[in-house]
Design a protein around this ligand. Structure first.
Ligand code: ADP
Ligand code: ASP
Ligand code: MG
Length: 409
């Protein structure tokens, strides 16, 4: 019997009605004769609700207790889905991350899956069960619960599919697949039939939350194809794979394949840093020690031998940044620091950029023509990103989508 792994996101299991629809879908797959492992996320906005609940009780809750708390969201979903399946006559059992054999490293709120012992899941298959696994969680070697970062259920599903040698991993969500931009913001965004791992990864890192970046990385490493599709209908979604072909109407030479935006941007700056070797090393080592994932970095000099250094990271790293920056302003010493959480990142992604010029010029012209100021710029081989005011981000996404010829007819 072939093994299928299906993942249903929070929006797909947000209400009892939606849960029933998911159960029906899982049951249909089971009836086709597959062994089915289902990974589910917390219902609807449960994770956000738990975060705000914690914030009402503590200014600075420990990461350990936050992971204990957040992992419960997925546990509600698995038990409810398993009982729904059973009540429909489909034999099912729920397993937490720990029970399903997910071992992680030690990094609360952003753990990586090290191994999956698939024995328990295979035993449950042998008993004829559909196995419903809690996404977003695992345990370290001491049994401590760790979560995998926002959107982590995608990675749980991909990792489980690899551990079970599944043919395919299906990611069910609330849109029909991967689009050329967030379809909720850019109405003319087009669904892609296929997208390459590399382009998907850049899109995901740049804010296309439809897949967690780590899930794409893992799938690429193991050449596992992903099918991103809707849990609301049966239309074919998007296949994420190595050599992807564009849609017929997107086939004309595409340089940029997608536009991504990200509101989760915090800009941190430290001003008047002494211009001597080793300062940048010291600063960024401190952020690494705090587990802050630094994205764009700009250092600008001035004639008086002092430097300003700015970088971006996720907004929920604000407290950690504050701690490190205020300590450095005193110890270096530097003049001052600032933290700005009203910025956003807009990016154009496409492998065609390697061989084509002019993408940056088009991007900057389009932003200029729309009266949008660029604060920071960063590029990779297949991407250009700009930091802009968050109030301009939707306008920028729509305008760039048009400028790069991605609009649907
Ligand atoms: P789930 O609850 O299924 O995990 P998410 O909210 O994490 O769902 O991801 C799906 C959302 O991703 C969509 O509702 C859409 O708004 C957003 N999104 C952002 N960029 C894209 C894109 N390029 N293609 C498809 N969806 C995107
Ligand atoms: N529930 C977690 C989150 O909201 C994990 C996930 O949905 O993938 O980020
Ligand atoms: Mg998600």
């Amino acid at each position: 019997m072939s093994i299928v792994v299906q993942k249903f996101g929070g929006s797909s299991v947000g209400t009892p009605e939606k849960m029933k629809r998911v159960a029906k879908r899982v049951m249909e797959t089971r009836q086709q004769g597959h062994d089915v492992a289902v990974v589910v996320s917390a219902m609807g906005d449960t994770t956000d609700d738990l975060i705000s609940l914690a914030a009402q009780l503590s200014d600075d809750p420990s990461e350990r207790e936050m992971d204990m708390l957040l992992s419960t969201g997925e546990q509600i979903s698995i038990s409810l889905l398993a009982m729904t399946l059973t009540s429909m006559g489909c034999q099912a059992v729920s397993l937490t991350g720990r029970q399903a054999g997910f071992r992680t490293d030690v990094a609360y709120s952003r753990a990586k899956i090290l191994t999956i012992d698939n024995q328990r899941v295979l035993e449950e298959f042998a008993k004829g069960n559909v196995v419903v696994v809690a996404g977003f969680q695992g345990v370290d070697e001491r049994g401590e619960v760790h979560t995998l970062g926002r959107g982590g259920s995608d990675t749980s599903a991909v990792a489980l599919a690899i551990a079970l040698d599944a043919e395919m991993c299906e990611i069910y969500t609330d849109v029909n697949g991967v689009y050329t931009a967030d379809p909720r913001v850019v109405k003319k965004a087009q669904k892609m039939d296929e997208v390459s791992y590399d382009e998907m990864l850049e899109m995901a890192v740049m804010g296309a939350v439809v897949l967690q970046p780590r899930s794409v990385e893992l799938a690429k490493e193991h050449e596992l194809k992903l099918h991103v599709r809707s849990s609301y209908n049966y239309t074919e979604g998007t296949i994420v794979k190595e050599d992807a072909k564009m849609n017929k109407d997107l086939e004309k030479e595409m340089i940029v394949v997608g536009v991504a935006h990200d509101l989760n941007v915090l800009k941190a700056s430290i001003f008047g840093v002494p211009d001597r070797p080793g300062v940048a090393c010291e600063l960024f080592a401190a952020w690494a020690d705090e587990g802050v994932n630094v994205d764009m970095i700009i250092q600008s000099g001035s004639p008086d031998q002092r430097q300003d250094i700015s970088f971006t990271c996720a907004r929920n790293d604000k407290n950690k940044c504050q701690k490190v920056l205020s300590a450095f302003v005193r110890s270096l010493p530097a003049d001052s620091y600032s933290l700005v959480d009203t910025m956003a990142k807009i990016s154009a992604v496409g492998a065609g950029m390697i061989t084509h010029t002019g993408v940056a010029a088009t991007m900057f012209r389009t932003l200029y023509e729309n009266g949008i100021n660029i604060d920071m710029i960063a590029t990779s081989e297949i991407r250009i990103s700009c930091i802009i005011d968050e109030r301009d981000v939707n306008k920028a996404a729509v305008a760039l989508h048009t400028a790069f010829g991605l609009d649907a007819e």
